[in-house]
Write a protein that binds this ligand. Sequence first.
Ligand code: ADP
Ligand code: ZN
Ligand code: ZN
Length: 742
Amino acid sequence: MCRAPAGYNGGMTPLILRVALPAPLPGFFDYLPPEDAAQGDCVPGCRVLVPFGRGSRIGLIVECPAESEVARERLRAVSAILDSEPLLDPAHLDFLRWAADYYHHPPGEVMSAALPLRLRKQQRALPFLIPAYRLAVSPGEALDATARAPRQRALVECFGAAQPLTRATLAAKCGDPAAPLRALLDKGVLARCELTPDQAGATVETSPGHRLNAEQAAAVSAVEEAFGGFGAFLLQGVTGSGKTEVYLRLAAGVLARGDSVMVLVPEISLTPQLQQRFAERLGGGVALLHSGLSEGGREQTWQRVRQGLLRVLLGTRSSVLYPVHRLGLVIVDEEHDSSFKQQEGFRYSARDLAVIRAQRAECPVLLGSATPSLESLRNAELGRYRLLQLRERAGGARPPRIDLLDIRDQPLKSGLSEPLLRELERTLERGEQAMVFINRRGYAPVLACYDCGWVSDCPRCDARQTVHRGSGLLWCHHCGSQRRIPHRCPGCGGSELHPLGQGTEQLEERLAAHFPDVPLIRVDRDATARKGSLQALLDRVHAADAALLVGTQMLAKGHHFPNVTLVGVVDADGGLFSADFRAPERMAQLLVQVAGRAGRGDKPGRVLIQTRHPDHPLLQTLHREGYEAFARAAMAERREAAWPPYSYQALLRAEAGRSDLPMGFLEDLVAALQDTGEVELWGPVPAPMARREGRYRAHLLVQAGRRDRLHRLLDRLMQIAPTLPGARKVRWSLDVDPIDNY
Ligand code: ADP
Ligand code: ZN
Ligand code: ZN
């Protein structure tokens, strides 16, 4: 079962085991094999327990070289080999090493990110039997026994003739099965059993979907032609154009070839709706890696994907690091979404790694979006990606009408103008649904005293604490600091404390007062913090006629609300005048996504965007000519300023409890780098939020016109930085291809 690795010295116990350890240190660690090791035991990709410092750690063998740079006498022996077969194959180890190199991140941490948490901590892998359920009575009896319990009946109907099903399959087919399962076990209609991995993954049934329209069919066949080799595709399709339908069709094709498919989606759009859509169409072979899984469940799923027992991996960004048996296609949905970038620790872009992953697996990769990132559009322009377009909404829904609403001379009620309120009224009177969107949760972003000018500053950040009426707290969204909302001004003791600006809570309050008889649902991180409550909220919306939805970007993505015909955007201006050069791109993407929520069913939709800058050129271009024209204009600005995608960047961040240390460290680094050739260094400067969680922050931006030059300098920088005297006094990190400088 175990293959002999390269560098394995035929037949004899390998001399050295090179081990990746999850430690913030560059490189690998050499060990001797355990004394009792047999020749086949020490294989790259197997986990090992090793002595490390005074304790022990779990690591992963990455290679078995004949020699070490460390003298043999100084090497310690591995305590135990934990796996009988490699968890990661050599090609995958290679991919992870590439990622560690590219992001200049300790390879041991990268490799451990490819394992499920449980296997990083627990020596013993879970026994590989999968709990399942089977009918304990005949199908007819089972139906009779559940005639009056629709959820139990739905569960029973999932079972074919005597075929056992796993809980995951049941969950995929009919939602959370916990309660009906228990009832059915109690009644004796179902019984528990256990499956071996082969049994559990045996069947993949795919059911046909819609008849594809011409553009969808063209997109599918373009990618299908590339099956079996690398090819990168950018699928640009307006919201509701049937991109997901294209993914499903391609996935079915991959399964038919006996290969696996990886589908990466943004955090926010891994909804039960999407999961169900995949499960319904692709059968029981869909592995869902969502945050609700227990550690054990995650490990089981990971194992089954690795062994090809589940052949559709649907997950968020970390899935791109996971091993997949016979990977035949990689799909990245909403490829522009910033949640594909990990913002701490190993700061990788799952979107970018997806392309490398596909390259290595020699399979196609499909990046889809209604609003592609400028990076991907540039790659399409350069011919690196082939552009596929879906220009029309599928199923006949018409695009929404979009109007800019000039609010400069409008009296506002909690941020809402008269024309918007009137339009909401009309929509609700027609028995249709409306959505009001604001990109801020809480009641108001600031609490201020009208007498003395006191504001609700966070004690630990250069930021304001947000007013949360529901919980009675002032709350910093950056560090989490909290205090009770004061009744008297902490500055002057006066009573003129007022919230300034608006958030979702305030809109909810205002709209509830204005439309007392209409069901009103707020969707934001606070309202949906409890597990499963988002689904409950969504069910309420789907069941209702007239209804109002108020929410943050959580509303903008993924969900399908066929009865929403009006979308109001409270404030479009935040993105227009930001110091971050990516802000307009994000604003445009968000507006288009939000607008895409309107009129997806058979009724036409309308979008009202409130702004104080109706004449702003980017907003005008977006409004009149759409996202593509906007992207062209924004791209011209980027080219002019030599910003990405016309250059390559890395950001070195430093922070410390004392204000002079981060700047000092970065200044020393700049001095030590001396001549940087054609690579530009900007800074160091204090970060836009110069203090956060009580720590002072600064950064240095490194930019080059060519990627190879940038990386050569980063190599040098990463060698020098740890040797500087300040390095131990600051916390520093490198962010390659940063998406913000915050
Ligand atoms: P997107 O992912 O681009 O937002 P979806 O794939 O979710 O679009 O499709 C939007 C709606 O149109 C869905 O309800 C879907 O079932 C439907 N749809 C997609 N393709 C077709 C088609 N070829 N014919 C009819 N309806 C379709
Ligand atoms: Zn005051
Ligand atoms: Zn704070």
